[in-house]
Design a protein around this ligand. Structure first.
Ligand SMILES: [Zn+2]
Length: 258
């Protein structure tokens, strides 16, 4: 199993992912469009068997129909995506574990907050959780907006499904918002040296060639939404916040107007 991260160069800075299996079958996560996906799979001699959508928004599903027409592949997504996600053929269940090849399992997490049809996926390799596809829930150094969902659900999802993930799991998000998110972190916590170092790293990298990847250990350092008890973060809030949830809600609202 190999995971390819493709930057789409779109104005929303989407990522599409292709999981390449040993038998040359491929699973496409959130196809931005058919051209980009077909270019990749034909160049690499792969066969698309399955599309997985993290959620129903157009920028994560607009490649579905043309790929289904051309390859006859299945489309897997959240039950609440029925009627919204083109080609949806299998509703995935919360906590379902799907064996994609020997030693490689995808675990389905129901993750409301950004919208009500959102799933994230942990990839376990030889029983070790190695990667997590986070869609528009968790970005590098930030979390997704809650315009079509609920900030309360987002808080619960982050606390219940992400806070206890192992340090070395690699985050594979739906968009490249790393630079903006690091700047937001620094606006809340100006002394955060890890965020400063990541910003330098970002400026020296090229998302088209080799997108930077963070782990959960990194997120605990640079993502304000995992630093709810940090005294600098708390002191800089415009209103007093008593609970972690209050802090989270206040940060999300500040990020909306960032
Ligand atoms: Zn999106």
């Amino acid at each position: 199993m190999k995971i390819h991260q493709i930057y789409t160069n779109s104005s929303l800075r989407n990522f599409t992912y292709i999981i390449e299996l040993l038998n040359k079958n491929a699973i496409v996560i959130d196809p931005w469009n058919e051209t980009l996906v077909n270019d990749f799979i034909y160049k690499n001699g792969l066969i698309i068997t399955t599309i997985i959508n993290t959620h129903e928004h157009w920028d994560h599903t607009q490649g579905n129909q043309a790929l289904v027409n051309e390859h006859g592949c299945e489309v897997w997504a959240h039950n609440n995506g029925i009627g919204k996600i083109p080609g949806l053929s299998r509703s995935l269940k919360s906590n379902e574990r799907i064996n994609i090849e020997e030693g490689c399992v995808i675990e389905v997490l129901d993750t409301p907050g950004h919208c009500q049809a959102h799933l994230c996926f942990i990839v376990h390799h030889n029983e070790k959780p190695e990667y997590i596809f986070t869609g528009d829930i968790l970005f590098n150094a930030g979390v997704g907006n809650c315009h079509g969902g609920s900030v309360s659900d987002m808080f619960d999802t982050i606390q219940e499904k992400f806070v206890n993930l192992p340090d070395d799991i690699i985050i594979l998000p739906g968009h490249d918002y790393l630079e903006n998110n690091l700047n937001f972190t620094l606006s809340r916590e100006p002394t955060n040296n890890s965020a400063k170092q990541w910003l330098v790293k970002y400026k020296n990298s090229d998302v088209n060639i080799n997108p930077l990847k963070t782990t959960m250990a990194d997120e605990r350092q640079i993502n304000t939404f995992f630093r709810l008890q940090n005294s600098e973060v708390r002191q800089n809030l415009p209103t007093s916040a008593n609970s972690d949830k209050d802090v989270f809600v206040s940060l999300r609202s500040l990020r909306d107007n960032w």
